[in-house]
Design a protein around this ligand. Structure first.
Ligand SMILES: Cc1cc2nc3c(=O)[nH]c(=O)nc-3n(C[C@H](O)[C@H](O)[C@H](O)COP(=O)(O)O)c2cc1C
Length: 190
C-alpha cells in the first residue's frame, strides 16, 4: 500500500553507519527519480553518489541536521548515513528547477524504504563550500542532498495539538516525534 510506504518514509537522521549502501542500490533509487514527473519534461536534474567514508565525511561537514533539536548537532560518528545522493540542477537545461527535485527526492526515499533503508532530505547545505569541495562545475546548482542508510531510530507521527505547534522533538527514550496537522485543518472549501 502506498500509504504504508509513505508512513514508513520518515526523516531518519541516525543510521547503522556500518551497513553499506551499494552503488547499484543508489542507481536503482535514482532510476525511480528518472521516471518521475518533470516540469516541461525538461529533466534538468543530475545526481552524484557517495558511499565511501572519505567522501561521506566531506559531504557531512557541509550539512545541517534537525534545526529544531537545539541540543543535537547531528548524528555522531557511527550513526551517520552510509550514503548520499546529491541532487543537482543543470542550469544549461533550465534556469529554475521548480518542484522536480522535491518529487525526485520523494521517489528515491520511497524506494529506499521499500528496500529496508531510509533517509532524510537535507536542504540546509553550505552550498559554496560543498560545490568547491566536490569540484562541481558552476553549471550545476546544488539543490538537495539525500542522506541514505539503514535507520537506527524510531520516528512516530502524532497529531498537532490545539496550540498548533508543529515542532518535532525527541522524548527521553530518544524516540523522534513528528506532529502532523489534522486532515480537516488542511482541506478548505472557500
Ligand atoms: C525540502 C526539505 C528540506 C529539508 N531540509 C532538512 C535539513 O536541512 N535538515 C534536516 O535535518 N531535515 C531536513 N528536512 C526534513 C524535515 O525536517 C522533515 O521532513 C520534517 O521534520 C517532517 O518529518 P518527516 O519527514 O518524518 O515527516 C527537510 C525536508 C524537506 C522536505
Amino acid at each position: 500500500m502506498v500509504r504504508d510506504l509513505i508512513l514508513k518514509n520518515r526523516s531518519y537522521r541516525r543510521f547503522f553507519q556500518d551497513e553499506p549502501v551499494s552503488l547499484e542500490t543508489l542507481r536503482e533509487l535514482v532510476d525511480l527519480a528518472r521516471i518521475s514527473p518533470s516540469a516541461r519534461n525538461a529533466q534538468p536534474l543530475r545526481f552524484v553518489f557517495s558511499n565511501e567514508p572519505e567522501k561521506n565525511a566531506l559531504i557531512f561537514k557541509h550539512l545541517a541536521w534537525a534545526g529544531s533539536l537545539k541540543d543535537w548537532p547531528g548524528p555522531e560518528e557511527g550513526e551517520r548515513p552510509a550514503a548520499y545522493i546529491l541532487i543537482l540542477g543543470d542550469r544549461e537545461i533550465s534556469p529554475t528547477f521548480g518542484s522536480d527535485h522535491g518529487i525526485a527526492s520523494q521517489s528515491i526515499l520511497l524506494g529506499a524504504v521499500e528496500k529496508g533503508l531510509g533517509g532524510c532530505i537535507i536542504g540546509s547545505i553550505q552550498r559554496p563550500g560543498l560545490q568547491a569541495a566536490l569540484k562541481i562545475p558552476a553549471r550545476y546548482e546544488i539543490l538537495l542532498c539525500l542522506a541514505i542508510g539503514k535507520p537506527k531510530e524510531t520516528v512516530v507521527l502524532e497529531t498537532v495539538g490545539p496550540d498548533g505547534n508543529t515542532t518535532y522533538y525527541r522524548d527521553e527514550a530518544q524516540v523522534h516525534h513528528v506532529p502532523k496537522r489534522a486532515l480537516d485543518d488542511l482541506i478548505f472549501d472557500f
